[in-house]
Design a protein around this ligand. Structure first.
Ligand code: AMP
Length: 190
């Protein structure tokens, strides 16, 4: 059973590719963003605590996401897992490794979506315009978007070196069509 991490800036298509891995390759998606949004939409204590950070595009505290993800790792240890939006910084990457080790599994691949940031900004702005008001995410606005990209560059990109040192990083061209990106991923994981 494979365990893979998708790394890339907001709007690069990690969610879309995770859905394809679920449909076509029998994967379970663990998205910390989705899990946190569930908390905010249920208006739970945790949801109320992290809402303002999510709305502004800042990372929520590590202990919050780690708590959520560690439980899910244990529940799904015998399945193919695609981690989407986790880890987001070096500490989370290290915790993911140790929580996988605790259940006797390890990460097989970390896949980095290489993206032209100028085109990405255009893409996300279009997504904001095209999405119905009722379906819009609160953090889908230009100001938050720019902050999310900045947070990606400062906190998440350094993880690439960490996975490079472990010899499990693969880089793909995230600017290609959806099915072509998917083909690149399946070549890596097969
Ligand atoms: P996403 O759906 O992955 O873009 O995540 C939406 C928001 O949830 C982010 O902008 C953060 O505020 C929060 N979030 C999601 N995953 C993490 C994570 N691994 N660490 C910290 N914050 C996260």
């Amino acid at each position: 059973m494979k365990k893979i991490v998708l790394l890339g800036p907001p709007g690069c298509g990690k969610g879309t590719q995770s859905k394809l891995l679920i449909e076509k390759a029998n994967f379970v998606q663990l998205s910390t963003g989705d899990l946190l949004r569930l908390e905010t939409s249920n208006n739970s204590d945790l949801g109320r605590k992290v809402k303002h950070l999510m709305d502004s595009g800042e990372l929520v505290p590590d202990d919050v996401v780690i708590d959520i993800i560690v439980k899910k790792v244990e529940e799904n240890k015998n399945k193919n897992i695609v981690f989407d939006g986790f880890p987001r910084n070096l500490n989370q990457a290290e915790v993911l490794d140790s929580s996988l080790e605790n259940v006797s599994v390890k990460l097989d691949h970390a896949i980095l979506f290489e993206i032209d940031f100028k085109i990405l900004e255009k893409r996300i702005k279009n997504r904001i315009i095209e999405t119905k008001e009722s379906e819009k995410r609160k953090d889908d606005n230009s100001e938050t978007l720019l902050n999310r990209i900045a947070v990606f560059k400062s906190s998440t990109l350094p993880i690439v070196n960490y996975y490079e040192d472990k010899g499990i990083i693969s880089k793909i061209d995230g600017m290609r069509k959806v099915n072509e990106v998917y083909d690149q991923i399946t070549k890596i994981i097969s």
